[in-house]
Ligand binder design. Structure first.
Ligand SMILES: *Cc1c(COP(=O)(O)O)cnc(C)c1O
Length: 374
């Protein structure tokens, strides 16, 4: 019998979240961002949920080829463009759209002799200071691209540094000033832009994390009003119970001391499954649908929970590490990271089941409130 841990992946949740993106950015087309193997969900697994997207964006050529092999006929965007001349043949064969963020990439495409011009997204560094042409170099780059026979449609692109926590106008103003009068579609917004900056929706939006039901800020309270569904649910079971008396401690490092008689459940999930070792005592977790808390240090294959709010729980009880009952963002926040990282870090050893649409339509069981956690 395998360990009871399993990740359920719901393509229908991705479809549902994509519909929410459509409502929010009703006049824009949507690049569904599936980089990092669909944020750890598996491109093939969530693929059925992407049907209504207008394009798929990612950054590994290998992932782009997989998307084509799945039968995706609409645009595919390489968010970081090509890395070497040999990539151009695959770009051509699979009709990929490529970001162009620097002169070296532009040189490479201008020198290429594709049979059909390659569509590009010319990227401006409007303040993120990662990839892109600086605003004062952008027009010249566009002119070079526009006169190159090997380059087709040119879309103007930038990326926000702070759309989740603050202002974007300083970047928007730079972008608009530097692209004034340049023809072509615009694409600026990630998930945070979709949710909170309608003035930046423009022609195409590029949501990633909200398609999977996680918050761009890393805190679920910021998306409490958005009705997103978790595309990944990580569950396991209680495999051991200890009843402890005051002064006893739990786990490695003796990080948690019991202050009254307490039942502790041992869950088959640890950091080798992708659960963050930094999750401290108090990190939310659900046992039999009751919210409680992790106590003590997370070990490689196990972690321990306080069973006080769920006195009927015992060996075999179901545990949700994250999903619709406990948001991945809340686990991440407690551990000092963001949901993106936890989803991407789901370990290979965790068995994955794809939830078919009929099962996905059933609403998740309502969460009963325990005495711990938020
Ligand atoms: C990852 C990425 C996105 C999506 O970001 P989210 O915060 O996950 O919505 C959009 N655009 C670019 C260029 C990206 O690299």
């Amino acid at each position: 019998m395998p360990r009871p841990i399993v990740a359920h992946i719901r393509p229908d949740a991705v479809h549902h979240n994509l519909e929410i993106v459509r409502e929010k950015a009703a006049r824009s087309r949507v690049w569904a961002v599936v980089k990092a193997n669909a944020y750890g969900h598996g491109i093939e697994r969530i693929f059925p949920g992407l049907a209504s997207a207008d394009g798929i964006a990612l950054l590994d050529l290998d992932e782009a080829v997989r998307v084509r092999e799945l039968g995706w006929d609409k645009p595919v965007l390489l968010l970081e463009g090509v890395f070497e001349p040999a990539d151009v043949a695959l770009v051509e064969r699979h009709r990929l759209t490529v970001a162009v963020h620097c002169d070296a990439q532009l040189d490479l495409l201008i020198a290429a002799k594709p049979r059909r011009p390659i569509d590009i997204q010319l990227k401006m560094n409007s303040g993120m200071n990662r990839l892109g042409f600086r605003p004062d170099a952008f027009r010249a780059a566009w002119e070079r691209a526009a006169s190159a026979p090997s380059i087709g449609k040119i879309t103007l692109m930038t990326h926000f540094a702070n759309a989740d926590e603050g202002e974007i106008d300083w970047q928007l103003d730079r972008f608009d000033a530097a692209t004034d009068g340049i023809p072509g579609e615009r694409t600026l917004s990630n998930s945070a832009g979709v949710l909170w900056h309608p003035n930046a929706h423009r022609d195409w939006v590029r949501p990633g994390t909200i398609l999977y039901g996680a918050s761009p800020t890393g805190a679920s309270r910021h998306i409490a009003d958005v009705r997103l569904r978790a595309a990944m649910t990580l569950t396991s079971r209680i495999i051991g119970v200890q009843t402890l008396t005051p002064e006893e401690t739990v786990g490695y490092g003796r990080k948690f001391t019991v202050d009254r008689k307490m039942r502790i459940g041992v869950v088959a999930c640890g950091y080798a499954d992708g659960y963050p070792r930094h999750a401290p005592t108090g990190t939310p977790i659900a046992v039999d649908g009751v919210r409680t808390r992790v106590v003590g240090r997370v070990s490689m294959d196990m972690l321990t929970v306080d069973l006080t709010p769920c006195p009927n729980a015992g060996i075999g009880s179901s545990v949700e590490l994250w999903g619709d009952q406990v948001r991945v963002d809340d686990v991440a926040e407690a551990a000092g990271t963001i949901g993106y990282e936890l989803m991407c870090a789901l370990a290979r050893r965790v068995p994955v089941e794809i939830v078919p649409p009929e099962a996905a339509n059933a609403r998740p069981a309502p969460l009963r409130t325990g005495s711990y956690g938020r």
